[in-house]
Write a protein that binds this ligand. Structure first.
Ligand code: PRX
Length: 636
């Protein structure tokens, strides 16, 4: 049986069974039959789930970009690899073939090498959603440099902390970025960030908005003349299976972002396999994922997964609301999209608008719909199904994380019967378990537990850059021997999983994973603030929004609360980015604390949600009287 492509429910169960009983044979066969290797592995898997030491395809030698591009050139050289759809619909879309992509990536790889970038060096990429973003990732991977993409909505200090953490030698950016009717001064943000980043030796700048920028002598260069002068072929670096491919930062429950490290071969095999099956991709399909390449969804399912399968993938620079709310439907109609992958927050926002935006477009090309980033509520699911999928295109609700590298739990279209709000069944190779607070496995149905995975899969992150102990502590300690996801979930009677949300101090806002601790750290730096606690509360478009409870140092000095609220949000914007702004800020005279000084977030969460029914045990509070005050002054 060919396990790479699952064709019906029976073969899913067969593949699943094999992946659990003989995981090494299962993944070994897939890796062997579907990729080009310089050298095969000695052992498929070597692992220790206590010390979080996981190796796949041990001693295998490979280059992921050879697999994404070069090996397709004979058969698919003139096939479109990337469709670029610009922010402004009046600007022509670009179709980049596999041959053209090969040349562009090789030229960029040669430029990086000329600038002294070697295997293992870190390169920060801070670019808008333009083809150069994908080309930069692939050029790094071709020469073995480790890319660290920072989402172009992050602020200068967020960029600086990420660059410093991984000691990047180079930054690739652009003069500016278009976003709807705004343009953003990316180069200015990089300049500000680099004041604090001594490791960076060079900055390459892509011209996108033609805005005036400052070019620092000896450090900054326009990229185009260098690309034009570079050779158009490049010999790919031979990489070990476990050489790092990229670092991607994700929020954590302490202030410092975690640089998740993904390695080469396992990530390659896992993203390719999951892309193929979850999107039911066929040779001539046009696939569009609306995420930004600055997030894991874009890494795995705009760039690597699709290209590994020789697919046509869309890079969309714009936003769903520009020039109006029909943009998504317009692009689907224009490029005859077959697979459309987006986030519940976008669906909810678009569902609020007039139906005519959707109905005026021909969406009949769509075969498969995907959802990612947060639980999809029933109403949004039905709207997506009725109006975008016309009740004929299955919705695949894909649950996964930056740390998992690829999709873990999701229905396979046309194979797994869907059920709204359920991510349904695990992919072959994924062994989920639900754990109770006493660290016992939950066998019963409909009981919420902590979602863990009890066996390694090829796409799992291998470490946190520079801090393996934090990797162990965050993911492998709560339930020893298992990977702990930080999510809660339940299982129904047929074994379908439903993700219920985070069980830690991470809040998913509009599909973005935000740690509350870094936001609190940013707020606490404001001179008026003594202390703060941030919690999430339900929001009908964003899924969750942020509620801040803040105590002030000198109450008298800051009487103008409206102004202070504004200042605090500006502070968050400049420290993290506008995505982390608070929807509600309540100034309080104290925060509920345990005798050991810990803030009781559980109570604050309930107050923010407007649920005063049961605060649980408050007897351990140092200051129980504060609860009534906070409750009475709650912002509605
Ligand atoms: O809570 C889960 C939620 O997003 C978290 C991972 O966020 P991030 O690392 O930014 O990756 C997002 C894209 C994969 C998870 O721990 N999440 C993601 N997808 C779903 C989801 N929650 C419910 N259903 C989903 N389909």
């Amino acid at each position: 049986m060919n396990y790479y492509k699952i064709s019906n429910l029976e073969s899913y169960f067969k593949a699943y069974k094999k992946s659990v009983k003989e995981p090494e044979n299962f993944w070994g066969e897939i890796a062997d039959e579907n990729f080009t290797w310089y050298q095969k592995w000695d052992k498929v898997l070597d692992y220790d789930m206590i010390n979080a030491d996981i190796k796949w395809f041990v001693n295998g030698k490979v280059n992921i970009v050879k697999n994404c591009i070069d090996r397709h050139l004979n058969k698919r050289g003139n096939k479109t690899a990337i469709i670029f759809e610009p922010n402004n619909p009046d600007e022509a879309a670009q179709h980049i073939t596999y041959l053209e992509l090969h040349e562009r990536v090789c030229r960029m790889a040669n430029v990086l090498k000329d600038k002294g970038i070697k295997k293992g060096d870190r390169v920060c990429i801070y670019l808008p959603m333009i083809p150069e973003l994908a080309v930069s990732l692939l050029a790094c991977a071709r020469i073995g440099a480790i890319h660290s993409v920072v989402f172009a909505g992050f602020s200068a200090s967020a960029v600086a902390s990420r660059i410093t953490d991984s000691e990047c030698k180079m930054v690739i950016t652009s003069d500016g970025a278009y976003r709807g009717n705004k343009s953003i001064d990316l180069k200015g943000i990089v300049d500000e960030a680099l004041e604090k980043c001594p490791s960076v030796e060079s900055v390459l700048v892509v011209k996108r908005t033609n805005t005036d920028v400052r070019m620092k002598e000896g450090r900054d260069q326009w990229i185009q003349p260098l690309l034009d002068a570079a050779a158009k072929d490049n010999v790919a670096e031979i990489m070990d299976a476990e050489d790092p491919l990229f670092i991607l930062y994700t929020s954590g429950s302490t202030g410092k972002p975690k640089g998740m490290v993904h390695t080469t071969a396992g990530y390659m095999v896992y993203t390719a396999f999951t892309f193929k099956n979850i999107f039911n991709y066929k040779e001539h399909d046009i696939y569009w994922c609306t995420a930004d390449i600055g997030w894991i969804t874009g890494h795995s399912y705009i760039v690597y997964g699709p290209l590994l399968n020789g697919a046509t993938t869309v890079i969309f620079e714009g936003v769903p609301s520009y020039p109006d709310f029909s943009r998504f439907w317009d692009v689907i109609d224009k490029h005859k999209i077959n697979q459309f992958y987006t986030a519940p927050t976008a669906i909810r926002a678009l569902a609020k608008e007039n139906l005519s935006y959707v109905e005026n477009h021909d969406l009949s090309s769509i075969k498969v719909l995907g959802s990612v980033g947060e639980p999809i509520n029933e109403e949004a699911w039905h709207w997506y199904n009725n109006h975008v999928g016309r009740k004929t295109s299955p919705i695949t609700d894909t649950w996964w994380q930056t740390e998992t590298g690829g999709i873990m739990i999701a229905p396979l279209p046309f194979i797994t019967p869907t059920k709204p709000t359920y991510a349904t069944l695990p992919l072959p190779g994924i062994q989920p378990v639900l754990m109770d607070d006493r660290r016992n496995e939950i066998e019963d149905n409909q009981v919420v537990g902590s979602l863990c995975i009890k066996y390694p899969w090829p796409g799992i992150a291998r470490t946190i850059w520079g801090d393996h102990q934090r990797f162990i502590d965050t993911y492998f300690s709560a339930f020893p021997g298992k990977y702990f996801t930080g999510d809660g979930a339940l299982r129904d009677e047929v074994g379908y999983y439903r993700i219920t949300g985070r069980v830690d101090d991470v809040v998913i806002v509009s599909g973005h994973n935000l740690g509350t601790a870094p936001i609190e750290d940013a707020i606490n730096e404001h001179p008026a603030v003594a202390e703060s606690a941030i919690v999430g509360f339900p929001h009908d478009v964003k899924g969750n929004a942020l509620y801040g409870f803040i105590t002030l140092k000198e109450v008298g000095e800051y009487r103008d609360r409206a102004n202070l609220t504004k200042e605090i949000n500006e502070h968050i914007s400049s420290h993290i980015g506008p995505i982390a702004k608070l929807d509600k800020i309540q100034f309080v005279s104290g925060l509920p604390k345990t005798r050991s000084g810990k803030i009781m977030r559980r109570i604050l969460r309930k107050i923010a949600e407007g649920d005063f029914s049961n605060f649980g045990d408050t007897s351990t509070l140092l200051n129980p009287e504060i609860v009534d005050e906070i409750k009475n002054e709650r912002i509605d």
